[in-house]
Design a protein around this ligand. Structure first.
Ligand code: FES
Length: 123
């Protein structure tokens, strides 16, 4: 990409972080965010395969850049505005909220297996 990126861009607002970044109409919402080194939408495979970048479009128009897996966004969810940020590009200013798996409190199981007692060897 050239130093002077003259592509027309649309402002994309992320509800959770209250951040707005410009995204070109031919790049995905996720790519636009990453290009600017921003955070807000969780980043995974960037290829429609993992579902962590799931968002809900609250306002604005988008276009699909590739197929969106039904494993991550059901037809019912799509009708409600859910989509994958790595698979859609803005066509107007967009207002979205993060809706993916990582929008849950982080919790890790305790590392109990690491303290398991050693097995006793039989002779
Ligand atoms: S980052 Fe994996 S589906 Fe979008």
């Amino acid at each position: 990409m050239s130093l002077f990126d003259s592509r027309p861009k649309f402002p994309v607002h992320v509800a959770q972080t209250d951040e707005t970044y410009p995204c070109a109409g031919n790049e995905s919402l996720l790519t636009g965010m990453l290009r600017l080194g921003r955070k807000g939408i969780p980043v995974g495979c960037v290829n429609g395969g993992c579902g962590v970048c799931k968002v809900r479009i609250l306002d604005g128009e988008i276009k699909a850049l590739g197929p969106i897996s039904r494993a991550h966004v059901t037809a019912q969810e799509e009708a409600l505005g859910y989509t994958l940020a790595c698979r859609v590009a803005p066509q107007t200013p967009v207002d979205l909220e993060v809706a993916g798996k990582l929008n849950k409190p982080f919790s890790k199981g305790r590392a109990e297996s690491a303290t398991a007692s050693p097995s006793i060897q039989q002779q």
